[in-house]
Design a binder for this molecule. Structure first.
Ligand code: SF4
Length: 402
């Protein structure tokens, strides 16, 4: 992992983006914003899942009117997504939103853009400037459109990134001229390779914080790979200050996956149990897939501490694959052996594996809460697989205190 790139910092309500702030996680509602109850319900769901702030679309005046009730009732800062109508931005700002997303490409009149900038400046609200693939190619000026198309025909990716950079330069000159620097930049594409190259180029040119995303990624089944491929590469290279994963599905999946990505890269502290599980192979002798899903659901429902729980198919490679787990089970023929922080606790029959594993998790949680134990307080040094197994088939583990 490279160190985070130094960027300017902006404030989205109480959430800091850029600078030394943690990478912020955001999502967008899929409700009609004027449907206040449905929108607020979704905002609460996204916030509960881990979103730091939430964007809402405001295509109509009834949407910005709804913001007057949504913003004060929201548990997280609200971003207004504005296209075409600068008046929506002014109304949203008056309603108290914490950030505006603007695409100056579809608000051609720069005087109108300047009015939005002035209103944001007065309230200390940042603006995200989006130079995304979908709206970047010139639509009005036929000559310019033909020139851009010729460039894209020659080398689509390189041409597109150059157009994105040119347009950003042009947009940002308007912001610069107004002395406005509370800017966040995005340059999304559905192609992860373009996303990686575009954001890398932008990060070398500007010190504004970057909003990362792969646009129109599709449903989670395919969009997940597309999004994670691009975002993990950029984040590992220290690029990116806020992320949104976008799916054609319930946006709560965006937040769940974004959170898992940030936790996996060590960019966000894990606050919930972490489940690791073996993929199974020809050595498997129990129904591990069902056990894993059951354990996942139970952990989510019952365990609040970020303990690491491992579910392994056998004792051959299992111990090595779950080194450092707080609670682990290694399944064998019709039974499972449970370890708690490296110490073997019990051997149970297959029908009791779920219940016994959860009982150990609950007990460890209670001990941690009483201050009698620490999570991952012990480092497990795993005996090699060829080490002689005990009579019950378990592999001896050596526990090293830190
Ligand atoms: Fe196969 Fe055992 Fe490894 Fe699971 S833990 S993948 S069953 S060797």
């Amino acid at each position: 992992m490279s160190p985070r790139r130094k960027t300017r910092q902006v404030a989205v309500g109480r959430v800091r983006v850029g600078g030394d702030a943690p990478v912020a996680l955001q999502s967008m509602t899929s409700t009609y914003t004027y449907d206040i109850d449905a929108t607020l319900a979704q905002i609460h769901k996204l916030a509960a899942a881990g979103a730091d702030f939430v964007r809402v679309a405001v295509p109509d005046k009834r949407d910005t009117e709804a913001l007057q009730r949504i913003v004060p009732a929201s548990p997280v800062p609200i971003v207004a997504d504005v296209h075409f109508h600068f008046e929506r931005a002014l109304e949203a700002i008056a309603a108290g939103v914490h950030k505006i997303r603007l695409n100056p490409g579809n608000i051609q009149d720069r005087a109108k853009v300047r009015r939005v900038i002035a209103a944001c400046k007065e309230r200390g609200i940042p603006i995200r400037v989006g130079a995304n693939e979908g709206g970047i190619v010139e639509r009005r000026d036929k000559g310019q459109r033909a020139a851009e198309q010729a460039e894209l025909d020659k080398d689509y990716a390189a041409g597109l990134i150059r157009i994105m950079l040119d347009k950003l330069d042009e947009y940002l000159r308007v912001f610069d001229a107004e002395g406005f620097h509370d800017v966040v930049i995005s340059a999304k594409s559905p192609d992860p390779r373009i996303v990686i190259d575009a954001y890398t180029a932008i990060s070398q040119r500007y010190d504004y914080p970057l909003h990362l995303g792969v646009t129109h990624a599709g449903p989670p089944e395919t969009g997940r790979i597309r999004s994670i491929a691009a975002l993990s590469s950029l984040l590992a290279n220290g690029i990116g200050d806020t992320i949104r994963i976008s799916y054609a599905a319930d946006p709560v999946y965006e937040v769940e996956d974004g959170k898992e990505l940030l936790c996996s890269l060590g960019l966000r502290a894990r606050t919930e149990p972490e489940l690791i599980a073996c993929p199974t192979c020809g050595r498997i002798e129990v129904d591990l897939f069902t056990l894993v899903q059951d354990v996942r659901a139970k952990l989510a429902a019952e365990i609040t501490l970020p303990m690491k729980v491992a579910v392994m198919g056998c004792v051959v490679n299992g111990p090595g694959e779950c080194e450092g787990a707080d609670v682990a089970i290694f399944a064998g023929k019709g039974r499972g052996i449970i370890y708690v922080q490296g110490e073997q606790k019990q051997t149970v029959t297959e029908d009791r594996m779920l219940e016994a594993l959860l009982a150990e998790c609950r007990e460890l949680e209670a001990r941690v809460q009483r201050g009698e134990a620490k999570l991952i307080g012990a480092r497990v040094e795993v005996a090699p697989p060829e080490a002689p197994a005990r009579k019950d088939g378990s592999v001896p583990l050596k526990v090293l205190r830190r």
